[in-house]
Design a protein around this ligand. Structure first.
Ligand code: AMP
Ligand code: MG
Length: 420
């Protein structure tokens, strides 16, 4: 059993886990049921949009050439020979100095090549017939929404793996996707270990804490697009841990356990992974928080033994589990999106390892600024509630100063990055 703990560099950890990634599968859902889902197929335009030349205004469709001599001194009169609303088609063919009353969205009648807005004409009724008078010259093509001007048939509109947003939903409906392929949500098991843990509904007693990490990780899993399966909590014994994991792993695509990965007397997780026959990919990572994270693979499934310290647990998931989940949801940008920002305070803490600081990114003028939230200790829960990013402070320095440029990983973004 090799449980010596040599810190592995973050990029090396990602390379090792990437060998066990799963490309993911698709399933068919109704358009109404695709909230929070990721496209399982490219969306390609099936028709031109608009599919026909149409009027963008309520007005009158006519021939531009008939307006050539129109001016405020020279009113030109047109006979109104038909009237159409959106959804109707005019079957009349217009001739010289004739017009069709047309509403927004209705197809341009054949023979017409321009539209004048309702507000710009004078309407007259004479001998039971309707006429309009125009005082301005129109150009051919004025005020027409042309066929295909929005989308050309055959265009690749949105790629597989993109999170479905309201605009994408509109495209799907436009092209008649009553059903569509979305990526199947991977099932991620969550199991907490620790004799000190209480269920959320239990009253506090001395020495005990409520199992808050499981709820946090379940929400991180959902935010990443996967389905979480909550396996509750177990005491710190080898047998309980082994049995619970053995059962859960068979039911999920990825397993996350919380706690028990440190070097304490009751930290059984690495030994349980070995006993299960899992291949340990790393059991210490060169980072803060979360250096005692253990990651293993068993039968093509990744097992994450995250530290029980809330922030270590949070960061470990975002850095190492989320990209694998995103990849299996079809994304070619599975990593957290990275931006540069100006550090808004001094950060004097030196560290040999790269530090991921729960932080708030904010704008000041045209510049992005970042500042840590609260205390930077791995047991702190409060800061997680307000973190919208993780500030990345590479190790091996004497700390950082206000005004320095730093990299920041966005936690609430759905676009992602192709590189860590
Ligand atoms: P461990 O990783 O098991 O050594 O736990 C490290 C610290 O995190 C200890 O203070 C634990 O009490 C705490 N902790 C462990 N599991 C949880 C959990 N599920 N929810 C909240 N805190 C936890
Ligand atoms: Mg523990």
């Amino acid at each position: 059993m090799n449980l010596s703990r040599k810190p592995v560099q973050i990029n090396e950890v990602i390379e090792r886990i990437w060998e066990h990634h799963n490309p993911g599968m698709t399933e068919i859902v109704a358009i109404e049921d695709n909230t929070d889902r990721f496209l399982g197929e490219d969306i390609i335009a099936k028709t031109d949009v608009p599919a026909f030349d149409k009027s963008p205004y309520d007005g009158f469709a006519l021939r531009a050439e008939d307006t050539a001599w129109a001016s405020s001194e020279n009113r030109i009169e047109f006979e109104v020979i038909d009237k159409i609303g959106a959804g109707s088609v005019s079957h009349k063919r217009i001739g010289g100095h004739q017009a069709v009353r047309i509403m927004t969205g209705a197809p341009i009648p054949s023979g017409c090549d321009t539209v004048i807005m309702l507000e710009l004409v004078k309407e007259i009724e004479r001998d039971g017939k309707n006429f309009i008078q125009i005082t301005r010259k129109l150009k051919k093509g004025d005020n027409i929404s042309f066929r295909g001007e929005d989308i050309k048939s055959g265009t690749l509109l949105v790629r597989k793996g993109t999170k479905i947003n309201p605009g994408i939903q509109s495209l799907l409906a436009t092209f008649g996707y009553k059903k569509l392929a979305v990526m199947r949500k991977p099932k991620i098991g969550v199991l907490a270990t620790g004799d000190e843990l209480l269920n959320v509904e239990e009253p506090l007693v001395p020495g005990k804490i409520r199992n808050s990490n499981s709820y946090m990780i379940v929400e991180q899993i959902k935010r990443s697009g996967a389905k979480a399966i909550h396996y509750g909590k177990i005491p710190d014994t080898f047998t309980a841990t082994y049995d619970a994991l053995h059962k859960a792993i068979a039911e999920v695509d990825m397993m996350i356990t919380i706690g028990g990965v440190s070097v304490g007397d009751y930290d059984y997780m690495p030994k349980v992974y070995e006993a299960l026959g899992a291949d340990i990919l790393c059991n210490k990572i060169a980072m803060r928080p979360g250096s005692v994270t253990t990651i293993a693979s068993l039968d093509g499934k990744l097992l994450y033994g995250l530290s029980g310290n809330p922030s270590a647990c949070y960061v470990g998931f975002e850095l190492f589990a989320r990209p694998i989940i995103r990849h299996s949801l079809g994304s070619n940008k599975p990593f957290l999106k990275k931006v540069k920002a100006i550090l808004d305070v001094d950060f004097p803490k030196a560290n040999p390892f790269t530090r991921f600081v729960r932080s708030k990114l904010f704008t000041g003028g045209t510049q992005l600024f970042v500042a840590p939230i609260g205390m930077d200790k791995s047991n702190i829960i409060f800061s997680l509630a307000y973190a919208n990013c993780l500030m990345v402070l590479p190790g091996g320095t004497r700390g950082y100063k206000k005004g320095m440029e730093v990299e920041v990983l966005l936690l609430e973004d759905h676009e992602g990055s192709d590189l860590f």
